[in-house]
Design a protein around this ligand. Structure first.
Ligand code: ADP
Ligand code: TRP
Length: 321
């Protein structure tokens, strides 16, 4: 089974990214699949307008993943732009893509509906580049959060369109989404996202994480009363980082009353800090390491080889060679 996913380097990761995508990516490396993960730097160009920033974020994603446990001996990790055939295939795929398909893409529709001024044709083409990323490696599964489901479906539709025109060329990919964490909620109760300013960071310093956790929106109830367990953001996050017994204990404190949201937030904060403590130390050590560049070069080499196998077929079928 070939697993592929891309990670956009647009800032520091939050626990929504971790639970929805990164954790799954790391676990899959131990399940005997062939895993390809890349830093989607071409995609990031639709929003990041400063070379130094992009460079820093690109490397940052690699540090994040390695610190959290991704093992470059078990997976192929690379920068998307080190395999420029992704962009070449994007163009070829765009010629079989109905623009209506792209107009219906949630992310694009959302930008247009909100009247965002900084839209660009790159954002419109985003799903086609993503299709190229996926199809060029003949990927079986694409582990992502729910917000990316439609993009994987579009990749499938584009593969079908190409196969219809030119004959069987691309494998049809499928998304791989963990139901329980498909949409992790942020501190304001909406989907946790960098764009909503409601995130809880993984690698920020303790004071910042504390501020984020203490800012979680809660119901206003009297301290002596029981706190409702259902749909509670604190509990839903706590659950992901604790044992069932620890969760039960916290739930009991909710039901007993006299506990208060301040204490619940403190319990979550402690959990998060201890859960990511080792990763933080590892990340700081890796920061000045020259190893990263070697890992990325080796990854690009492996990925290029695979990408070429597909491109040769594409050239032949389209008549480009
Ligand atoms: P953001 O919305 O913060 O910009 P990205 O679009 O960079 O996040 O998402 C990176 C990965 O993390 C994707 O696979 C996405 O599906 C997943 N992801 C992002 N936010 C969440 C969330 N709140 N819950 C579950 N998965 C998420
Ligand atoms: N669009 C994805 C995101 O915003 C990142 C991405 C780019 C991706 N190319 C991909 C994910 C290919 C999976 C497969 O998170």
């Amino acid at each position: 089974m070939r697993i592929l996913s891309g990670i956009k380097p647009t800032g520091r990761p939050h626990i929504g990214n971790y639970l929805g995508a990164m954790r799954q990516h790391i676990e899959l490396q131990n399940e005997g699949h062939e895993c390809l993960y890349f830093v989607a730097d071409y995609h990031a160009l639709t929003t990041i307008r400063d070379g130094e920033t992009l460079k820093e974020y690109r490397r940052g994603v690699v540090l994040d993943y390695l610190a959290l446990g991704l093992d470059p001996n078990k997976v192929t990790l690379f920068y998307q732009s080190d395999v420029p055939e992704h962009a070449e295939l994007q163009w070829i795929l765009s010629t079989v893509t109905n623009p209506g398909l792209l107009e219906r893409a949630h992310a694009w529709k959302d930008s247009v509906e909100k009247g965002k001024r900084d839209i660009n044709a790159g954002l419109f083409m985003y799903p086609v580049l993503m299709a190229a990323d996926i199809l060029i490696y003949q990927s079986d599964f694409v582990p992502v959060g729910k917000d990316q489901k439609q993009h994987v479906e579009i990749a499938r539709d584009i593969a079908i369109a190409f196969n219809n025109f030119y004959g069987e060329t691309f494998k049809l990919p499928q998304d791989k989404i963990e139901k329980e964490v498909e949409t992790v909620l942020g501190t304001d109760g909406q989907k946790m996202s960098k764009s909503y300013n409601n995130t809880i960071s993984i690698f920020a310093d303790e004071a910042e994480i504390k501020k984020q956790v203490m800012g979680i929106k809660t119901a206003s109830i009297d301290l002596k009363d029981a706190m409702p367990i259902k749909d509670d953001i604190i509990l839903s996050l706590y659950k992901q980082f604790s044992t069932p017994k620890e969760l039960q204990e916290l739930e009991a404190k909710y039901s007993d009353g006299g506990f208060g949201y301040g204490n619940a937030k403190k319990a979550l904060l402690e959990k998060l800090l201890s859960f990511f403590e080792d990763a933080k130390i590892k990340r700081a050590k890796l920061e000045s390491s020259k190893e990263i560049e070697i890992i990325m070069e080796a990854g690009a080499k492996k990925a290029s080889k695979l990408a070429w196998q597909t491109m040769e077929k594409v050239y032949k079928k389209t008549g480009l060679r």
